[in-house]
Design a protein around this ligand. Structure first.
Ligand SMILES: C[S@@+](CC[C@H](N)C(=O)[O-])C[C@H]1O[C@@H](n2cnc3c(N)ncnc32)[C@H](O)[C@@H]1O
Length: 374
């Protein structure tokens, strides 16, 4: 078997940062044997917030290994590995990934969450899966693949998803789509819908909730801008659905509670003060915004017809991770879940160009969106 000793070096490849992972760092353990950057390891959040000295703090997380406790701070830190069993000791070497294992892992990740990794992404797999190798005491990547495909699949697959998904997000990402939502898309839709219809908006792949909450803030602002839009604030008139494959992201979304790092990304002071209350170092969304949204864990590979039909679908900055074949299937599926005259909004750097889909491109100012071909 081919092993290389682990070198805790400054050139350890960094995964993309994510909002979820940016909310976790300072780790306390005993007997650290080696360390790697914590940004590569989004922690598994507990479903409830914890307090420190009776005062609510920012989010706290617990690593699945009981010896690791992770708390949110905005400072960089390292993940310290503390051996949890006699078979994992401080001299444990990190296995080298063979070409066959790389192929198997890429296939596994694509099967489980649709994320298509090119062969040059070996470093990403190594960095993100190290935590699982240690936790499950695997001495080769093949052992990990076997566990994920066999006996431990129910337990391991959600962890694999959490580690392999990039949850990078921010409030009002790219700004102009949200402005266009208020100035063009919602006013246009309301002209085409009966006063008794419920406008349904879906934020597919919503990460830690910033996207659907930004939509909700826009709706709230439009509702209070003129008497003709007042009823948008009514729960029967407009509903937002937020879904994501990563359970940690869905839990954080439901909490609607954000640390200083997340609050430093894209939200103005005016909106911060209008829509949030400060609790210690955390900012919590007010109920009037939270109650507009329902969150649910959902894999875009699955049949999602149970979610029903939507007037607007935001599916931003996620299809970039998928293969061309999956994108074609996915857009065909979304088309079936979009109401006539509905809108599909994708990421500003994304395009459906070159894909066979039922959508046609339209532009409004800087914002491009897609609508069903007639
Ligand atoms: C880069 S974030 C984008 C978040 C947000 N839409 C935005 O634009 O800011 C991508 C999100 O897609 C989710 N994701 C990845 N694969 C998915 C899948 N197969 N089904 C549902 N969500 C998925 C990830 O968990 C992650 O939260």
């Amino acid at each position: 078997m081919d092993y290389k000793p682990y070198q805790p070096s400054s050139n350890t490849p960094q995964s993309n940062t994510s909002s979820a992972s940016s909310q976790s760092s300072a780790v306390t353990t005993t007997k650290p044997a080696f360390s790697v950057p914590s940004s590569a390891f989004p922690a598994t959040p507990k479903t409830s917030t914890t307090t420190s000295g009776g005062t609510p703090t920012a989010l706290q997380f617990t690593q699945s290994s009981s010896s690791h406790t992770t708390q949110s701070t905005s400072t960089a830190s390292t993940f310290n590995y503390s051996p949890s069993s006699s078979s994992t000791n401080s001299n444990q070497a990190i296995p080298v990934m063979t070409t066959a294992e790389l192929t198997d892992l890429r296939k596994l990740v694509e099967d489980v969450c649709g994320i298509h990794l090119e062969a040059d992404k070996q470093y990403l797999l190594e960095t993100r899966l190290l935590k699982l190798l240690i936790e499950y005491d695997c001495h080769t990547y093949s052992q990990l693949v076997q566990l994920c495909r066999g006996a431990k699949q129910n337990e391991l697959r959600p962890k694999l998803v959490d580690l392999m998904t990039t949850k990078e997000t921010m409030w009002f990402r790219d700004e102009h789509p949200y402005e266009t939502l208020k100035t063009h898309i919602l006013p246009d839709l309301l002209k085409n819908r009966a006063p008794t219809d419920t406008i349904r908006i879906w934020s597919a792949a919503c990460s830690t909730g910033q996207e659907p909450y930004s939509i909700a803030m826009c709706v709230n602002e439009l509702a209070s801008s003129s008497a003709s839009y007042n009823d948008l604030a009514n729960e029967q008139r407009l509903r937002i659905k937020g879904t994501d494959i990563a359970s940690s992201a869905v839990i954080l979304s439901k909490m609607g509670r954000y640390d200083m790092v997340a609050m430093g990304r894209g939200i103005s002071d005016v909106r911060k003060n209008k829509f949030f209350t400060q609790q210690g170092r955390a900012w919590v969304l007010k109920d009037e915004v939270k109650r507009m949204i329902e969150f649910e864990q959902a894999n875009l590979q699955a049949d999602l017809s149970h979610l029903g039909l939507f007037d607007i679908i935001f599916m931003r900055n996620v299809a970039i991770y998928f293969s061309k074949e999956f994108k074609v299937q996915l857009y065909a599926k979304l088309a079936k879940q979009l109401k006539p005259n509905g809108y599909l909004i994708i990421g500003s750097t994304e395009s459906l160009l070159g894909l066979e889909t039922p959508f046609k491109l339209e532009m409004q100012g800087k914002t491009s969106f897609y609508r069903l071909k007639k």
